[in-house]
Design a protein around this ligand. Structure first.
Ligand code: AMP
Length: 400
């Protein structure tokens, strides 16, 4: 708890842990005079340090937003060249399983947040002893595992795709009752379509499970959806929520290709989607940002596909089309600041730049109305997110 902390943020930056580099250490006098010991619901003062677990582009853009608000960021990632490390004040390079490094990291920061959810439970426990964890250990735990997540959503009467857990071979037959075609997904560590196999008949199920090395999985009925949408909602330390408008998402090769803001769905479905995101954030008792990916069926039903308690690729459009981007909103929420206005001032289409698509950077810079964001990744690989472009246009429908 911030309130229980005995040392002000200003002291913490002078401690150096193993494998930690800290630009501020070389100039300790360059430290703003900050108010110590903010209570849990109090605002973290400028000059305090936000710890970010994970060093990818989400962490990078969050760190840039935090910097604009006067915070320092300490990034923990096993990758020495992580994009977020380039724009942070302090860095820890260690495996996520390294508890000593996690302990030192937690001691060096004022709050810990995450740019991805696959942090080992033991590491989370160590960190939670040393610093407030936002979005919260429970929210992370639930969203780490598809089976736990879907059970949680079901318990909260939120619609999901039909699904069944597969943990042992004995689960294969009962799971087949979900129906086919279906998608087999690893329960953990899946993203951008990784760890997913389409299964067309019950006879293919055992082979599909073997293909993902018989790890714990969920079998999901294939949904012939009308469209995919997502909602990003922020929830403050005091429980206030504010959400961005629902957006339409198009995937290519299982990777998000474009996000169009706002979604063109009926206003009633948009409201229902925002209400679902709001309810989930409350049920998780989340502090921070929650992205909720949903399928809208041809009948207008909403099925939640996946949740992520952090900034999300489908919220990148907010960087240029809203006064307060998802990254600033995220930092505001985890720092105990008032949430900002999520209204947009423009419509936007976000296009991901995957692999060598980012080589066209000069072309995007020459295009009026296009806002280019590159992630500073040194190596381009097929399927790797290298940047994105937001193309703005005047609002067709009034905000929200
Ligand atoms: P996920 O990793 O679960 O977000 O899945 C990646 C993408 O695969 C989704 O955004 C959908 O386009 C597609 N997908 C995943 N699950 C299903 C499903 N049950 N039915 C139809 N399409 C799906």
């Amino acid at each position: 708890m911030l309130g229980a902390r005995s040392k002000p943020p200003v002291c913490r930056k002078r401690r150096r842990a193993a494998n930690v580099t800290n630009d501020a250490i070389s100039n300790p006098n360059d430290t703003p005079n900050v108010t110590p010991n903010a209570a849990p619901n109090e605002a973290l003062p400028p000059g305090a340090t936000i710890g970010i677990l994970g060093g990818g582009q989400l962490g990078r853009m969050a760190a840039l937003a935090a910097t604009a608000l006067g915070y320092r960021c300490h990034v923990f990632s096993p990758d020495a060249d992580a994009p977020a490390k380039e724009v942070s004040t302090a860095q820890t390079t260690a495996p996520y399983e390294d508890r000593d490094a996690a302990r030192a990291f937690a001691a060096a920061v004022d709050v810990v947040t995450f740019e991805f959810e696959n942090v080992p439970d033991e590491t989370l426990a160590v960190i939670a002893k040393g610093a407030p964890v936002r979005p919260g250990v429970d929210a992370l735990h639930i969203s780490q595992d598809r089976a736990i997540e879907k059970t949680f959503l079901g318990d909260n009467e939120i619609g999901t795709t039909p699904w069944a857990p597969i943990i042992t071979a004995a689960d294969l037959d009962p799971a087949a009752a979900t129906g086919f075609p279906a998608i087999l997904k690893t329960a953990r560590f899946g993203y951008d379509g990784k760890g997913q196999v389409r299964v067309d008949t019950a006879d293919d199920l055992a082979a599909a499970w073997a293909e993902i090395n018989q790890v714990p999985a969920v079998l999901e009925g294939f949904v012939d959806f009308e469209r995919e949408i997502s909602v990003i909602v922020a929830r403050s330390t005091g429980g206030e929520t504010r959400s961005y408008v629902p957006v339409d998402n198009v995937h290519r090769d299982h990777i998000l290709f474009t996000t169009t803001a706002p979604s063109t769905i009926d206003a009633t479905i948009a409201e229902a989607a925002q209400a679902i995101a709001d309810r989930i954030s409350g049920a998780l008792n989340l502090v921070g940002l929650l992205a909720v990916e949903m399928f809208v069926t041809h009948d207008g039903d909403i099925l939640v596909n996946e949740i992520a308690p952090r900034p999300h690729n489908s919220g990148h459009w907010t960087m240029d089309a809203c006064a307060v981007s998802q990254f600033e909103q995220f930092i505001r929420a985890v720092s105990g600041l008032p949430l900002g206005d999520p209204a947009r001032h423009s419509d936007a289409v976000m296009t991901n730049l995957i692999g060598d698509e980012a080589d066209q950077w000069l072309k995007f810079l020459n295009e009026d109305g296009a806002c280019l964001h590159l992630y500073g990744k040194t190596e381009s690989r097929p399927g790797r997110k290298m940047g994105h472009v937001n193309r703005l246009s005047p609002m067709v429908r009034p905000a929200p």
